[in-house]
Write a protein that binds this ligand. Structure first.
Ligand code: EPU
Length: 337
C-alpha cells in the first residue's frame, strides 16, 4: 500500500477545496483496509468515500483512507427479485446505470446522485420520493477499533430523513464495506408522484414510463437545476429541509401562505430550505469565490478558489438570516471538517 504525505485532497472532494491530508492511502480490498486500520504508526484515521458530502476547512492531520473497494454480486435471486451486494467503493450513479442495463428497478429515482455506494446509507440518500431505506436490506461495516465485520439490518440502521445510526450512535465507529439492496426484476413498483417527475415525463410525452424513462426524467430535472461538481464545485444540498412542529407551521403559513411545504405527519411539516434561502435574498449571490447557486438556493458553490472557511462563513450568514426572517433553524447536511 502506497502511503503518501501531505497529499492535496482537491481531487477527492466535490467542492474542490484545496486542503491536504498529512498521510493518504487508497485501499483496494477488505484485507488492505484491515491491515491499515491495524497499523499503529498512524494514530488518527479518517475515511473518505466519494467526498461528495464534505466541506474541508483545514488540512487533515490524520491518515486519510480512500476506499476503492469494488465489486457487484448477486446475494439472492428469484423470478421477481434480486438482492444485489455492492462493495463500498462503487460509484453510486454507475451502480444506478448498471441496474438499469439489467432492468433492476428500485433506485432509478436516485439517478445522478454523486458519491459512492458505501456512504449512501450514512445520510440515507433520497430524491424524488425515494430514499435508500426503501430498497435497503443490510450493510456490512468494519469496526475501526476491532476490525470485526458487523452486519446492520435495515431496522438496526435507524434510517430517517437524511439520517442513520452512522451519523448518531455509531458515528465514527464503523466503515461501511458493502451494501445489499432489494431490487425488482419485473412489475417494477415505480414512484412518479413527486410533482416535477410527472411534469418531465409529460414533456417527454411518455404515458407508461419504464424505469429507464424515470431515470432520464430525473437526470433532466437534476441537470436543469443542480450544478455538475466537475464544472462547478459543490456538494449538493448544503442544508437539510427543516422539519417544524404543527404549532410553528400554523404561525409560519399564516405569515407566508405562498410557501411550499410537505406534511411529514399529523404533528410535523417540512419546509424547503431552498425557498427560505431564496426569500432571504441569497439565491445567485456571490461573495468572492463562494456563492449560492442561481437555480437552487440550497446548493452552495465554489467558483474556483474559495476556501472551506469562506464557504462555511457564507453558510453561517445564511443560517442567521433565515433565522431572523422566519424564526426557523436550518441545519447543514454536509459534514464539516
Ligand atoms: N425552492 C425555491 N427556491 C429554490 C429551491 C427550491 O423556492 O432556490 C422550492 C421549489 O420551488 C419547490 C421546493 O422548494 O417548491 C422544493 O424544491 P426541490 O424539488 O428542488 O427539492 P428540495 O427540497 O430543494 C430535496 C433534496 C434534494 C433532492 C430533491 C428532490 C434535501 C436537503 N434535498 O431538495 O437532494 O434532489 O429534494 O427530491 O432534502 C441532496 O441531498 O444533495 C439533494 C440534491
Amino acid at each position: 500500500m502506497l502511503i503518501e504525505e501531505n497529499k492535496s485532497l482537491k481531487k477527492y472532494n466535490t467542492f474542490g477545496i484545496d486542503h491536504s491530508a498529512r498521510h493518504f492511502v487508497t485501499v483496494f480490498s477488505i484485507t488492505e483496509l484491515e491491515q491499515i486500520l491495524k497499523d499503529t504508526r498512524f494514530e488518527k484515521k479518517m475515511i473518505l468515500g466519494g467526498g461528495s458530502n464534505l466541506l474541508l476547512t483545514k488540512n487533515v492531520d490524520a491518515l486519510v483512507i480512500h476506499l476503492h473497494i469494488k465489486g457487484i454480486s448477486i446475494d439472492f435471486e428469484d423470478e421477481n427479485t434480486v438482492f444485489l451486494k455492492i462493495m463500498a467503493g462503487e460509484n453510486w450513479h454507475e451502480l444506478v446505470q448498471y441496474c438499469l442495463s439489467k432492468d433492476y428497478g428500485g433506485i432509478e429515482n436516485l439517478s445522478l446522485i454523486p458519491g459512492n455506494t458505501g456512504t449512501a446509507p450514512i445520510q440515507n440518500i433520497g430524491a424524488y420520493g425515494v430514499e435508500l431505506k426503501d430498497v435497503f436490506v443490510r450493510c456490512e461495516a468494519m469496526s475501526i477499533k476491532t476490525q470485526q465485520i458487523k452486519t446492520f439490518t435495515r431496522e438496526e440502521c435507524h434510517f430517517s430523513y437524511r439520517d442513520s445510526i452512522f451519523k448518531t450512535r455509531e458515528k465514527g465507529n464503523f466503515i461501511i464495506t458493502s451494501v445489499t439492496l432489494n431490487l425488482s426484476k419485473k412489475n417494477h413498483n415505480t414512484t412518479i408522484a413527486y410533482g416535477t417527475i410527472q411534469d418531465e415525463l409529460d414533456k417527454m410525452k411518455i404515458k407508461n414510463p419504464t424505469i429507464q424513462d424515470i431515470s432520464k426524467a430525473v437526470i433532466a430535472i437534476r441537470q436543469s437545476k443542480l450544478p455538475d461538481p466537475k464544472i462547478l464545485g459543490n456538494s449538493g444540498s448544503f442544508f437539510k429541509n427543516p422539519i417544524i412542529t404543527i404549532t410553528q407551521f400554523n404561525t409560519f403559513s399564516a405569515a407566508h401562505p405562498d410557501a411550499p411545504f410537505y406534511k411529514v405527519s399529523e404533528e410535523e411539516f417540512k419546509i424547503p430550505a431552498g425557498w427560505l434561502i431564496e426569500k432571504s435574498g441569497f439565491k445567485g449571490k456571490r461573495f468572492g469565490d463562494a456563492g449560492v447557486h442561481e437555480k437552487q438556493a440550497l446548493v452552495l458553490v465554489n467558483y474556483g478558489n474559495a476556501t472551506g472557511t469562506e464557504i462555511l462563513a457564507l453558510a453561517q450568514k445564511i443560517q442567521k438570516e433565515v433565522k431572523n426572517s422566519f424564526g426557523i433553524d436550518i441545519e447543514t447536511e454536509v459534514n464539516i471538517l
